[in-house]
Design a protein around this ligand. Structure first.
Ligand SMILES: *Cc1c(COP(=O)(O)O)cnc(C)c1O
Length: 390
């Protein structure tokens, strides 16, 4: 009997090592990895530059505590702010922690304006994490069930519906922020339109609200730009990062600008592990490699090739509702629940995911080659075709 807490319905496979977009299990079978540990392994497996940088950092020091100056952390904050046009970064270890920091920051901001019970507008189908506050912000009743009382102070609206948010602004004077994903990942690869993002930016400015972008899944080059909001040409007041930032070494960040910057003072927030030299080195190396190797352009090109290839391969198959995405965040929505495709993929040597019951989700590493993308299209379209015509 396993002594692991039963929090995941794990697939019957255990891996031993990987290389790029290939990963091998303990029995020697090799798989094409189109999931990257859920958008984490930005540089794929065993990237030589990352491995070397981490090993060298480990040889210098792993951890010192935020009670002291950490050069790698300062460099990473500089880098993230330069890339985003923002001004300050707080480092933690995961996406939910980054969002916790953002939620605390929004409340803190509200209290400074004399709002005793600040509220944050969040979206239907949102995913922000599993801690109590981020679970409360998440738009998934199933994930919340059994954990009530939830954290109060969230107002939910439909995604991409600016009018609904304007309506909240009319009657709710406690709102201090809007939090959303620019591309919803767990919710089924739903894309915030550019008009919606720009409208939100304007509304937040009018109302004095913080615009808080959860870029935990869509950030770090995956959509073809460093951050999802850059497609719309806006800059948020707060963004959160995690998953792809350290290419597999855990790190999260809450980055602020404008009226969200300069709010926290010593004692308001913290983290023991957050931003340690090892994690920051992994993140700095990830960012440098994305830039040097042109991986954002690759994400854009390979992503559209996969979407186009899937559209062509499944053109005459009924049951395919939509094939959508941005860069290497791709969803193939079917007309029926398709969770069983994950196990079928595994049998066929393909790592894929299904989210929101009916959406096959692909999150390949930014280093996926054209040949691997072609192979992915061929093998996955065959799987989906067989599933839908069975
Ligand atoms: C995965 C995810 C989170 C939570 O990240 P953890 O590191 O699992 O806490 C938050 N927001 C989004 C958009 C995510 O995809």
């Amino acid at each position: 009997m396993s002594h692991l807490m039963n929090t995941y319905a794990r697939l019957p496979v255990t891996f031993s090592h990987g290389e790029g977009s290939r990963i091998t299990d303990i029995h020697g079978k090799t798989y094409l990895d189109a999931l990257s540990g859920i958008a984490v392994n930005t540089l794929g497996h065993n990237h030589s530059v990352l491995v070397k940088a981490i090993a060298e950092q480990a040889g210098r020091m792993l951890h010192v505590s935020n009670l002291y100056g950490i050069r790698e952390q300062e460099q990473l904050a500089d880098r993230l702010c330069a890339l985003s046009g923002m001004s300050e970064a707080f480092f933690c270890n995961s996406g939910c922690e980054a969002n916790e920091a953002a939620i605390k920051l929004a409340r803190f901001y509200g209290h400074q304006q004399g709002i005793d019970s600040p509220a944050i507008i969040v979206m239907e189908k949102a995913f922000h994490g599993r801690t109590l506050a981020t679970l409360s912000a998440t738009g998934n009743r199933k994930a919340q069930a059994g954990f009530e009382p939830l954290v109060s102070g969230f107002v939910r609206v439909p995604y991409n519906d600016l009018a609904a948010i304007r309506a909240v602004a009319e009657h709710n004077k406690s709102v201090v922020a809007v939090m959303l994903e620019m591309v919803q990942g767990e919710g089924g690869i739903n894309i915030a339109s550019d008009e919606f993002q720009r409208g939100l930016r304007q509304l937040c400015d009018e109302q004095g609200w913080l615009l808080m972008c959860d870029e935990v899944q869509c950030g770090i080059g995956r959509t073809g730009k460093w951050f999802g909001f850059q497609h719309a040409g806006i800059v948020p007041d707060v963004m959160t990062l995690a998953k792809g930032l350290g290419s597999g070494v855990p790190i999260g960040a809450c980055v602020t600008a404008g009226k969200a910057a300069g709010l926290f003072k010593p004692g308001n927030h913290g983290s023991t592990f957050g931003g340690n030299p090892l994690a920051c080195t992994a993140a700095l190396t990830t960012l440098a490699t994305i830039e040097q190797d042109g991986l954002m352009a690759r994400a854009e090109a390979v992503g559209s090739a996969i979407r186009q290839g899937m559209k062509e391969a499944l053109a005459n198959v009924s049951g395919v509702v939509d094939i959508r995405g941005k860069g290497l965040m791709i969803g193939i929505e079917l007309d029926r629940p398709c969770g069983e495709l994950v196990a079928k993929g595994l049998d066929a040597g393909l790592l894929i995911n299904v989210t929101a019951e009916k959406v096959v989700r692909l999150l390949p590493a930014l280093v996926m080659t054209d040949a691997e993308a072609k192979e992915l299209v061929e093998r996955l379209s065959a799987l989906i075709r067989a599933f839908l015509t069975a």
